[in-house]
Design a protein around this ligand. Structure first.
Ligand code: OXD
Ligand code: MN
Length: 582
């Protein structure tokens, strides 16, 4: 890679704090990082990206399997040999004038038998700092690696420097971005972007796209899911994993403080879960990451106090606004913006201009162990046993607050049916409803139809009584433009019902689409009865439309679409059409 990319020097990261400080200091001197107020937010930095490098670029993301069909209809595909030839030219000399950093990192606790090692080569010091916060990284990883296997990844901002040329604050190459995966070779090549999932290769590229392929081949699951621990007032603890599309509240749910007294929620992970069968036949989840790369706007002491406390120190903020006294601010932190803000574009913020001070996909990057609600079991090498798996999306209509699946296959059908309104986490239009099966649309490294089949096969391998129960949730239902459900800490009420269902202690009503709560603990919450009714309502007309729409979506997968899911769809339609179905 050194011969191909021609960097000035090569540096292997040891993962120490001294190293972080040294690289951060270099970036401060260059002007890319601004140190925040030491008194208010010690050891933290503000950073702004290039205005065109602010989100994941799905249209430039490729799965280069040998056979196009193996990438499936939901991924961009290019022939791997042609792609390799193209990349050889693209990367030639791409790191001129820059340091090549070699970042050995471990996804999962170092001692975990389920953890995997990656090595990211990058010419971005911002990526090095982020990997330090987001993963276990450096010397200890090299020691574990020995001469074992790792997933190689190369990342370049795609902006070689000529001799004497002055660098930009955020070098990148928006006109020429490539996020490329070779699933059979377990390899990642990323070019042209320095932001988030495009550049931190351990996250979406490895822990989801490549790992989903590893999971298919080895009999486990790599999922876009948070992991949380929930303890009832009697001290019994269970674990829940939940899949939601990007920027739909996974971090808020994972770090939540339940509105119900006595119910404790602990955060295991906020974005990715690797799920294996344990020796007792239950499914166990580890969080491959060690940090949060969370969406900042909307995060406040009201919506997510644990997140606010997590990044009180040792945090990196990207594309948020900067206050006069060198602290951070974003929309939703509090009602009125402080005066004399500097916007994410680096200019004085003009509140009358109608533009946000922080970019909607601005982020905080911070170690998860700093979270006051951090679940120590997140370090358990064998993971935590799952009692329930939730699937959710952002849907203003049709989908009730919570529905329990009739069976594993029905739960897989629920996962496959998720649709959600698009958000700022990916480049493109915001607010358009799109299918996002298992919240994995941009992250599945192989044919999504085969992925559905893999989920079904996991259920067949497991003992029915030990498998987690599955649920569909929707915090975002609206009436007259208003959210019907308060969300955030009040989602703890839904978690309580799920907790008790998994011990067969809560009652449910059978509907055409699954079980809904007979009663939910609404103590202390004053919702209009009509709103409550609407939250749990199943409108047959709307669901028939939904089913018809799903039928045409599932056709996309042709013969890769498992019969068992088509059968689930037919059964749903039958229940909806029957007058006395229940
Ligand atoms: C993320 C995403 O950053 O899903 O987690 O976009
Ligand atoms: Mn995500």
């Amino acid at each position: 890679m050194r011969a191909l990319c021609s960097p000035v020097s090569v540096y292997t990261c040891d993962g120490s704090r001294e190293e972080f400080d040294r690289i951060a200091q270099e970036m401060v001197l260059k002007g890319t990082l601004v140190p925040l107020n030491e008194k208010k937010r010690p050891h933290s930095f503000w950073c702004r990206s290039h205005p065109d490098d602010v989100a994941r670029v799905e249209e430039n993301t490729f799965i280069c399997s040998r056979n196009k069909e193996h990438a499936g209809p939901t991924n961009n595909w290019k022939d791997p040999l042609e792609m390799r030839e193209f990349l050889q030219e693209l990367y030639r000399g791409c790191m001129q004038g820059r340091t090549m950093y070699v970042v050995p990192y471990c996804m999962g606790p170092i001692a975990s038998p389920y953890a995997r090692i990656g090595v990211e080569i990058t010419d971005s010091p911002y990526v090095v700092l982020s990997m330090y916060l987001m993963t276990r990284m450096g010397k200890e990883v090299l020691a574990r690696l020995g001469d074992g296997e790792f997933v190689p990844g190369v990342h370049s901002v795609g902006r070689p420097l000529k001799p004497q040329e002055k660098d930009e604050l955020w070098p990148c190459n928006p006109a020429n971005r490539w996020i490329v995966h070779f699933p059979e070779d377990r390899e990642i090549w990323s070019y042209g972007s320095g932001y988030g999932g495009n550049a931190l290769l351990g996250k979406k590229c490895f822990a989801l796209r490549i790992a989903s392929v590893l999971g298919r081949d080895e009999g486990w699951l790599a999922e876009h899911m948070l992991i949380l621990g929930i303890t009832n007032p009697e001290g019994e603890k269970k674990y829940i994993a939940a899949a939601f599309p990007s920027a739909c509240g996974k971090t808020n749910l994972a770090l939540m403080q339940s509105a119900l007294p006595g119910w404790k929620i602990e955060a295991g992970g906020d974005d990715i879960a690797w799920i294996h069968f344990g020796p007792d036949g239950r499914l166990y989840a580890i969080n491959p990451e060690a940090g949060y790369f969370g969406v900042a706007p909307g995060t406040s002491m009201k919506t997510n106090p644990n997140a606010m406390k997590t990044f009180e120190h040792d945090a990196l903020f990207t594309n948020v606004a900067l206050t006069e006294d060198k602290d951070v601010w974003w929309e939703g932190m509090d009602k009125t913006p402080p005066s004399n803000l500097i916007s994410w574009r680096g200019v004085p913020y003009d509140p009358t201009a109608g533009l946000p001070a922080a970019h909607p996909n601005s982020r905080f990057t911070v170690r998860s162990s700093q979270c006051p609600a951090y679940d120590k079991e997140a370090e358990n090498p064998y993971g935590v046993p799952l009692s329930a798996i939730l699937f959710g999306g952002r849907r203003s209509g049709t989908v009730p607050l919570v529905t329990e699946a009739f069976s594993w296959a029905h739960g897989v059908f629920m996962g496959a049916s998720i649709s959600s309104e698009t958000t700022a986490a990916a480049k493109g239009e915001v607010g358009r409803v799109r299918h996002d099966p298992f919240a994995m649309l941009p992250f599945c490294g192989y044919n999504m139809g085969d992925y559905f089949a893999h989920w079904l096969s996991m259920g067949k391998r497991g003992d029915k009584l030990k498998l987690p129960r599955m649920y569909m949730v929707n915090w975002f239902r609206k009436s007259d433009g208003q959210y019907l459900w308060p969300g955030f800490g009040d989602n703890g009420r839904v978690l309580k019902w799920i907790f008790e269902r998994t011990s067969d202690k809560a009652s449910a009503k059978k509907t055409e689409i699954g079980y809904v709560p007979e009663t939910l603990d609404l103590s202390g919450l004053h919702l209009q009865q009509s709103h409550l009714d609407e939250l749990f309502s199943v409108n047959r007309e709307e669901w028939l439309k939904e089913a018809k729409e799903l039928e045409s979506y599932f056709q996309l997968f042709g013969e890769h679409m498992p019969d068992a899911l088509l059968q689930e769809l037919r059964d749903l339609e039958k229940r909806l059409l029957a007058t006395d179905s229940l």
